[in-house]
Ligand binder design. Sequence first.
Ligand SMILES: N[C@@H](CCC[C@H](N)C(=O)O)C(=O)O
Length: 289
Amino acid sequence: MEFTKGHGTGNDFVILPDPDGALDLTPRLVAALCDRRRGIGGDGVLRVVRAAKHPEGVALAGEAEWFMDYWNSDGSYAEMCGNGARVFVRYLLDSGLAVPSGAGLPVATRAGLVRARVEGEEDIAIEMPHPRLGDPAAAGLGGLALTGTAVDVGNPHLVCALPAGVELAALDLTRAPDVDPAVFPAGVNVEFTAPGGPLAGTDGHVLMRVYERGSAETLSCGTGACAVAAVALRDADRDAGTIAVDVPGGRLTVTLTADSCWLAGPAVLIATGTLPLPLPFPTPRDLAL
Ligand SMILES: N[C@@H](CCC[C@H](N)C(=O)O)C(=O)O
């Protein structure tokens, strides 16, 4: 099995080319590949499969050649991954499976069609599902009780601004925040935010850390950045603008208008290799037996 490793602002992925959908990709295999000590290591897996060859992509096959089959590191799968989509497009372009398109390169995802464009040397921008602001909801972390805003970016998010005096860097995200499972029956990605300083060329600047559903704390989350930007604009009484979101792995830029949401930032491939199947290393589940 061939693989490529890539990342977008430190949100890292194992990319599996599987054009014809021949690979038996299971939760167990995904968790083993993402294991940082016994596997390759990653926040998730991106299977590169022709839309026509994947049951969840086939309906979009007329519009997009490729389907991003995204899985979290625990072996669950998600509807959408913003950084994953940017790295997926970097892979398509670098491996010659697609060419840049003036109209935006279409990619099928479980959350529908997204479009990508290349920006400069390193950056890939994706037109994302438009964030939909929902109701206030509670989150708990250690002794901290927070009220955030639920946001749907194709996948579920809860954006929680920290109260004054609580340092973003001091949060313990080694454990999942508490949320109400009745409010988020499919789980939720939780973003914690603090204001950034003034930043030229933007309409707002936010610092963010995230605890991702299915992957724990990651260095970055693209859909999370879109959710955070939508909340920042709402709080500034604006319906459009560009927000810089600084994550532990770097900077993402989100540009929102009334009907579009573009997520931009670096997308990098770092290594390729081959793995024999079955895997030569014990999987996390083997070790738990
Ligand atoms: N890191 C991703 C989001 C990945 C999916 C998420 N963990 C979920 O389960 O919804 C991003 O960049 O958007």
